[in-house]
Design a protein around this ligand. Structure first.
Ligand SMILES: Nc1ncnc2c1ncn2[C@@H]1O[C@H](COP(=O)(O)OP(=O)(O)OP(=O)(O)O)[C@@H](O)[C@H]1O
Length: 263
């Protein structure tokens, strides 16, 4: 299963909540530098994939590899054993995540929201963390807002801060969980624009869960359709959207188009 081209690999991963099987012996890979979107109906396990990667959820069976190292396990005497907290801490540094609900610290300025983790997790000095934060604020177009508090920003601006905060940890892999779902429609574009800019960074691996089909088309190298805890179909966007091979993918896309035209 380890393949030096892979950034992320799920090998026969099962995840249950009680009796409910949410991921069902899932096999799924993302190559280094690849930009992949996961689409699929509500409850199909899309966010669970991201939460497992961020070590927010454990798995019941199978193995997850990040950068060719097992995430939820580690090797001891060439045997895979459950991961220690130290191993999980080390692995978490490879990834950053942007959540639907921004999750900024409300009592901290925009700048401090971004400098906290580089200082306390990576051990950067205050000055180094500040320089890094300012560079990413520039990238997301929010330099003028560095001293404001999250409540003084629009949802779109808050999400751009959240992206800068994730980038400031210099992750190899960036995960997005429906980053525009909590935004008013007029604020969606500015966030998508920043993500689109990131999608041009060759060595950054992007994995996005989204209901924005046009966006998935525009930025992805590959789109994966999930249903009932399995990956039903995967293809470059122009193929998957124009000529889905599986009936379940066709039904999902047809339903989606119908809802769009009704709304
Ligand atoms: N902490 C939890 N405890 C119990 N059940 C959970 C938990 N987290 C997720 N689930 C259930 O697991 C299933 C998959 O959830 P998940 O959030 O991965 O779906 P999704 O495909 O991202 O859906 P959506 O598009 O609605 O966000 C759902 O039925 C959900 O109710």
């Amino acid at each position: 299963m380890t393949n030096s081209n892979n950034s992320i690999a799920f090998h026969q991963v099962t995840k249950k909540f009680g009796d409910q099987v949410v991921l069902d012996q899932l096999d799924f890979c993302v190559r280094k530098g690849e930009k992949v979107t996961i689409i699929g109906p509500s409850g199909s396990g899309k966010s669970t994939v991201l939460r497992i990667l961020m070590t927010l959820e454990n798995i019941n069976a199978g193995t997850v590899y990040v950068d060719n190292e097992p995430l939820w396990h580690e090797y001891q005497a060439e045997q895979l054993v459950p991961a220690s907290e130290a191993h999980l801490r080390q692995m978490r540094k490879k990834m950053g995540m942007v959540f639907q609900q921004f999750n900024l610290f409300p009592h901290m300025s925009v700048l401090r929201n971004i400098t906290e983790a580089p200082m306390h997790v990576l051990g950067l000095s205050k000055q180094e963390a500040k320089e890094r934060a300012l560079a990413y604020l520039e990238l997301v177009g929010l330099m003028d807002h560095k001293d404001k508090f999250p409540s003084q920003l629009s949802g779109g601006q808050q999400q751009r801060v959240a992206i800068a905060r994730a980038l400031a940890m210099r992750p190899k892999i960036l995960l997005f969980d429906e980053p525009t779902s909590a935004l008013d429609p007029e604020l969606v574009g500015e966030v998508l624009q920043v993500i689109e800019q990131l999608s041009n960074q060759q060595d950054l691996t992007l994995l996005l869960v989204t209901h924005e089909m046009q966006f998935a088309k525009d930025i992805s190298d590959r789109v994966c359709f999930f249903d009932r805890g399995k990956m039903v179909e995967e293809a470059p966007p122009q193929e998957l959207f124009a000529a889905p091979k599986q009936a379940r993918t066709r039904d999902f896309l047809a339903n989606f188009m119908q809802n769009q035209s009704l709304s």
